[in-house]
Design a protein around this ligand. Structure first.
Ligand SMILES: [Zn+2]
Length: 190
């Protein structure tokens, strides 16, 4: 799929997530994204979500590292931050669908934007970067927009097995290469 198609998909998801937040409670009714950027630069390694200064005001926004958010096709293990990667509700997972990894980035960064918007609007003092408030917002978004799409546990096990087999196949290839190189070196040093 090309960049334009991926951007269209990302934009559609973000519109839904934004609307979900501003209708979630009257406390957030003025939540509107002032910035939504998709960065395809391969050197951009992390996505970001939070507050941005737009027309002199601090307003919510996200910037997605698209090369990271969209994996190569095929079975894939999608990772979250190490400290909560193992959690079932907000952690990493196995999937064969690239859109799932994109949705992880979108819900994660929108949770940051949501959390920072709340803190700034209600003068809440600085919180831990991936602390319990972030996790609570992220969990809400994950359970609404991503978790219902994820493969079942049995399917995830199959995908994990597929990845393992592919890795084993790649290793076998490496092993067959090693003796040849050694042989060549020995012959050369003689
Ligand atoms: Zn984060």
């Amino acid at each position: 799929m090309d960049k334009i198609a991926w951007e269209k998909i990302a934009r559609q998801h973000v519109i839904y997530i934004e609307a979900f937040i501003f209708t979630h409670s009257s406390r957030f009714e003025d939540f509107r994204l002032a910035k939504f950027q998709m960065d395809w630069n391969k050197d951009r390694i992390s996505s970001r979500g939070g507050l941005y200064t737009v027309k002199g005001k601090r307003r919510p926004g996200i910037n997605i590292a698209m090369k990271r958010a969209i994996p190569l096709a095929g079975p894939n293990r999608v990772y979250e931050y190490k400290s909560f990667d193992g959690r079932e509700d907000i952690g990493g997972f196995f999937s064969t669908n690239s859109e799932h990894q994109l949705l992880l980035h979108l819900t994660h960064e929108m949770a940051h934007a949501w959390e920072h918007f709340e803190a700034s609007k209600y003068n809440i003092k600085r919180r831990q970067p991936h602390g319990k408030e972030f996790k609570a917002f992220y969990k809400i978004l994950r359970e609404k927009f991503l978790n219902p799409l994820l493969p079942s546990h049995a399917e995830m096990r199959n995908i994990a097995e597929q990845i393992k087999q592919e890795e084993r196949a790649a290793m076998t290839f490496e092993y067959t290469k090693i003796p040849m190189t050694t042989k060549f070196k020995k012959a050369a040093s003689r």
